[in-house]
Design a protein around this ligand. Structure first.
Ligand SMILES: C[S@@+](CC[C@H](N)C(=O)[O-])C[C@H]1O[C@@H](n2cnc3c(N)ncnc32)[C@H](O)[C@@H]1O
Length: 323
């Protein structure tokens, strides 16, 4: 099947699909391979993987019940070969134990938000629509962007905007949010975007995109605990891989990519004390990198799908069993 056959209903093709298929293929070439898609979304990557590997069993995870519902419908032709679970990716060991597959041949992370989450105005992820400040991937969780914006202290808000939004003017934005909410709670994406715009110096406002972009990213990461989940889920995924098994990670901002790089670098390094005549088996790396640095989508893909523009891909393979 041609990769473009996996275009989503909205016309989107899953990000870096050809490369994801290529990188996972060697790990899925044995009998009855098992792969975890830790960010199922609309099931685009999952569908292509199931079509490419007729023996593959796919365990799909998403914390968003709408994603599970939609991918269940999309993957119906493969129902006998899929286990779709509503869970947070860092619950991986539990999900695998319940599915009866504690060790697997591949794990795919396609991090961040999905197109429907961004496009459905009422979910409050986008500064381009006016909607209640929500931003939850799991609509049953208690923490919303409204709670963060209206109850966090000025210092906590500045930390979220600086650390997760990489907002240079985090302190100014936090100060104005706190001043504005004192007169009336900030409950809509539109009002928040206006406050951010007013907090950013005019000279900066004229350059580089919508000034609300970084604040919205910071809030979204805080609301969904995105980096905390990845920090736990990626090591769990590496631990679950069989020898020859591969993990592929698609990140969409520098914080995710930095964390991915740190985890993969630590696992692929020889930790023998320097100067030993022979390498110590216990210190030999259990994994090797299969990508050099972070790979980017090509220009043609970015032209076709602007949301792919920020994608960074890294992959690693297990080469030894744990000690
Ligand atoms: C970019 S989309 C995945 C798109 C998918 N690969 C496809 O081809 O359709 C990311 C998905 O991951 C989910 N997600 C994000 N963080 C998660 C986490 N920590 N645990 C489980 N699901 C998560 C989101 O709800 C979203 O549906």
């Amino acid at each position: 099947m041609h990769v473009d056959d996996h275009a989503e209903p909205g016309g989107h093709v899953p990000v870096m699909l050809r490369r994801v298929l290529e990188l996972l293929a060697p790990a899925l070439s044995g009998p009855h391979p098992v792969l975890v898609d830790a960010n199922l979304g609309l099931g685009g990557h999952a569908e292509a993987l199931l079509a490419a590997h007729p023996d593959l069993h796919l365990i799909g995870i998403d914390r968003d019940p709408t994603a599970i519902e939609r991918s269940t419908a999309r993957l119906a032709p493969y129902a006998g070969r899929t286990t779709l679970v509503r869970a947070v990716s860092d619950e991986l060991p539990d999900v695998l134990a319940r599915a009866g597959h504690p060790r697997v041949d591949g794990v795919l992370f396609d991090l961040g938000v999905s197109s429907p989450q961004l496009d459905e105005a009422e979910r409050g992820f986008a500064y381009s629509y006016d909607a209640p400040l929500d931003m939850r991937m799991d609509p049953e969780q208690e923490l919303t962007a409204d709670v963060v914006v209206n109850t966090y202290s000025e210092g906590e808000l500045a930390r979220v905007l600086r650390d997760y939004g990489e907002e240079r003017f985090a302190a100014r934005v936090a100060r104005l949010i706190v001043r504005e909410r004192a007169s009336r709670p900030i409950t809509s994406t539109k009002r928040l975007a206006e406050i951010v715009r007013d907090a950013i110096p005019a000279a900066t406002r004229r350059t580089g995109g919508n000034p609300a972009k970084r604040t919205f990213q910071g809030l979204r990461i805080e609301v969904n605990g995105e980096l905390t989940a990845l920090e736990r889920a990626l090591p769990e995924a590496l631990d679950a891989l069989k020898v020859g098994g591969r993990v592929v990670v698609l990140s969409y901002h520098s914080l995710e990519d930095r964390l991915t790089k740190q985890v993969l670098t630590a696992r692929t390094r020889d930790t023998s004390p320097p100067g030993l005549p022979v390498p110590l088996p216990a210190h030999q790396p259990r994994f090797r990198l299969v990508t050099r640095g972070a790979e980017l989508p090509d220009e043609e893909e970015v032209a076709r799908n602007p949301r792919a523009a920020s994608a960074r891909l890294r992959a690693a393979e297990r080469i030894r069993e744990p000690e």
